[in-house]
Design a protein around this ligand. Structure first.
Ligand code: COI
Length: 377
């Protein structure tokens, strides 16, 4: 044990106090808050929300210039001016995250595993040659923004405030090289379900979402844009999503773009292992941990399309579901492969339903969070 002379102990305490005061001042100085004169919250029909179309009154903006992050600003949500030659428009230097805030019965606001999103965001930043965002800006800024917008987080299962942190290259010049200027932002959108109804999927035979050595594991904007065209083709045939297969052989099932995919064959859950091609989903890893706690066998391995078709034919395929922040857990009603459509059975002991209930109860503070996943704002 360390014993200090009383004078030394006193000066130690004074220094500690000064450090605390400086930290407090620093926090106050580090965020500029400009409040909107009026709120549009009373114009919003919270019972009829279309995902990602309504935004709260404020947004967080933080610019990167001269090799450093500047003071973040919380300001009224509004369009902004960006140079037409900014690299984001020409070379797609853009990344994002998806998170959600929930309100408990006592009106406290909670985040779900926010550190995971923060870490993944900076991994995406590194992969896209963008500057990493400091934790104080990402998580500290989000906390301040949520404190201001807490009335937009509605209580009750199925309600949440979707959080969209993102970063774009604002630096001008059409030279194909990383920008020198960036903007990190957080916008918030009250949300209910992502998909309105059952999801039928098409198994990819020609197009790919990601390739080894590419950016599939990053939450890069371009990963999503690249899916739009093949997904449009699938939509025209009556399918809401595509389940991507590996780019080299199109024989292994991967992810569904807005969701990681879980396949239940008999009583085992399979999901593709994370790799350079698969997003390390926060909901994905939570589903795995919850399933293991329920003694459900989980295997992180690629399922072959032939295995899936075989299991569907012989009755061993019980469920397919997607897992993601926006979609939460979404059962898949059926899939199509090489022109054949396979309808999934309606099982009475659905893993998707059970895991979704357990997960959303934790997120909404309706069940004890033994994992320590929820963080109070
Ligand atoms: C999310 O689940 O947050 C996502 O990033 C999917 C998005 C494309 C809505």
């Amino acid at each position: 044990m360390l014993f200090l002379h009383p004078i030394k102990a006193l000066s130690f305490n004074i220094i500690y106090l000064i450090i605390l005061i400086l930290m407090e001042l620093k926090t106050l100085e580090e965020i500029d808050i400009q409040l909107a004169p009026t709120s549009k919250i009373n114009e919003v029909d919270f019972d009829n929300l279309t995902f990602g179309t309504t935004f709260t009154d404020h947004m967080l903006v933080c610019d990167f210039a001269d090799g450093e992050w500047k003071k973040p600003v919380i300001q009224p949500y509004a369009p902004m001016t960006i140079d037409p030659s900014a690299k984001v428009f020409h070379y797609g230097q853009a990344i994002f995250e998806g998170m959600k805030a929930y309100k408990d019965a006592n009106d406290a606001v909670w985040l779900f595993r926010p550190d995971q999103n923060f870490e993944r965001f900076n991994k995406s930043a590194v992969r896209m040659a963008m500057p990493e965002v400091p934790k104080e800006v990402f998580l500290g800024g989000l906390k301040r923004l949520l404190e201001i917008e807490k009335d937009w987080v509605k209580k009750g299962l199925g309600n949440s405030l979707y959080i969209r942190p993102f970063m774009i290259a604002t630096g001008p010049g059409v030279i194909a090289a990383p920008a020198k200027f960036y903007r990190f932002m957080i916008i918030l959108s009250p949300a209910k379900a992502y998909y309105s109804g059952e999801v039928k999927v098409l198994i990819a035979e020609q197009y790919s979402r990601a390739a080894n050595g590419g950016i599939g594991a990053a939450k890069a904007a371009g990963n999503y844009a690249a899916q739009f065209y093949p997904t449009q083709l699938a939509n025209e045939q009556g399918f809401q999503q595509v389940i991507w297969t590996d780019d080299a052989t199109h024989t292994k099932l991967e992810e569904a773009g807005t969701m990681n995919v879980f396949i239940r064959i008999n009583d085992t859950l399979f999901t593709a292992p994370t790799s350079e091609r698969i997003l390390d989903g926060v909901t994905r890893k939570s589903v795995i941990e919850l399933a293991k706690r329920e003694n459900i066998a989980v295997e992180e391995r690629s399922v072959l399309v032939t295995e899936l078709v075989e299991a569907a034919k012989n009755g061993n395929l019980k469920e397919i579901f997607g897992a993601g922040t926006a979609a939460v857990i979404n059962p898949i009603a059926g899939f199509s492969y090489k022109g054949d459509y396979f309808e999934l059975p309606k099982v009475s002991d659905s893993f998707a339903t059970d895991i979704k209930t357990k997960l959303t109860n934790i997120q909404n503070k309706l069940a004890e969070d033994t994992f320590g996943w929820t963080v109070k704002i």
